[in-house]
Design a protein around this ligand. Sequence first.
Ligand SMILES: *Cc1c(COP(=O)(O)O)cnc(C)c1O
Length: 427
Amino acid sequence: MDHSVLYERAKRVMPGGVNSPVRAFKAVGSTPLFIQRANGSKIYDINNREYIDYVCSWGPIILGHNHPEIVESITDILHYGLSFGAATVNEVLMAELITSIVPNVDMVRMVNSGTEAVMSAIRLARGYTGKDKIIKFEGCYHGHSDSMLVKAGSGALTLSSPDSLGVTEGTAKDTLVAVYNDTESVEKLFNQYEGQIAAVIVEPVAANMGVVPPEKEFLTKLRELCDKNNALLIFDEVITGFRLCIGGAQEFYNVKADLVTYGKIIGGGMPVGAYGGRREIMEFVSPEGGVYQAGTLSGNPIAMAAGYAQLRILNENREIYEKIDATAKRMEDGFKSIAEELALPLCVNRVGSLIGVFFTNEKVDNFKKAKTSDTKLYAKYFNSMLKEGIYLAPSQFEAMFVSYSHTEEDIDKTLYSTKKVLSGLKN
Ligand SMILES: *Cc1c(COP(=O)(O)O)cnc(C)c1O
């Protein structure tokens, strides 16, 4: 089957031919690849061409594609029925597992996506504090709910329309924007809007403007500022949760959040999100409290089976994280020595299994620096790598995800191709 013929058909019946913008490959000036199947660290297109996959469904696939235990747990319960809209045992098991693993989360509510998790957590923060305004950081992406589509990262970034049409001024005015890794910018907003700020929401590791790690003390300082101003600290752990380590960023950086949002990994590849936090805050959620939030398919049995299986595997085999970290470090080291050898300006950021490479001389620690990257060069790199059988994120401003199933051979092949491609591009 021909990718471009299929893309033409897709474009006639779907906006941009896709169901999520970044898949359209616009940021790298090409057209989408249609994927048919995947296994381990590899994905295969409709012509059965194999690629080493560093997108990993944008995060959920931390154990690699088609993990047998996850597949088995889904197939086991498929014939029981797909959805009941009623309470089930697996929801209880899932909530017990999450609250037992993650620090500072006494209760959780399952939803169907990261967007929904963040949207609900924001409403809860407002309901709990009785305040309206939220501080977010430029270049951090928190899904596509109206109040979060202000200076957002990810697909919103690469389309160069960070502020979406259709978001009202009324909504946007309650979202204040600070600079990542700059606590002074946060302090200023707290002073300017004294007594009006419900919460600060942050990606503990920014992974939607490429990968930008938090500087030492950044998260601790945010905690202090929130305490001082009676605001909640929300960690958006849709990417970092169960990834940096089993307890996510809270455990990794030893900073307590009041509310935490999850997605991606906790669904094991099924559409799932969740938000959770301290008991006295979560008790504000309906039907216990006055903050309304609901979902016909929330806690769906198949989704719970997939997510539960993945979290249990991670929880019971924590050496998995050491292995992924070592694999990702091999990649980081490789990138750095290639850059040195070719005298190519390249900033390589890595936290655990998240890697970001920026074609710039700058040390990228915020959104402004991320934007100094040569996106045209990234696009060339991406398209040449695809020809080499390596599937990177189709945008400079997305992370590379290394999974448990990536082997040293995968990494070495990726580095070999990187060197070949970049030497060619330099000349
Ligand atoms: C992906 C992402 C979201 C949105 O999740 P969806 O499941 O795509 O709605 C929110 N926050 C962060 C940090 C994300 O990376």
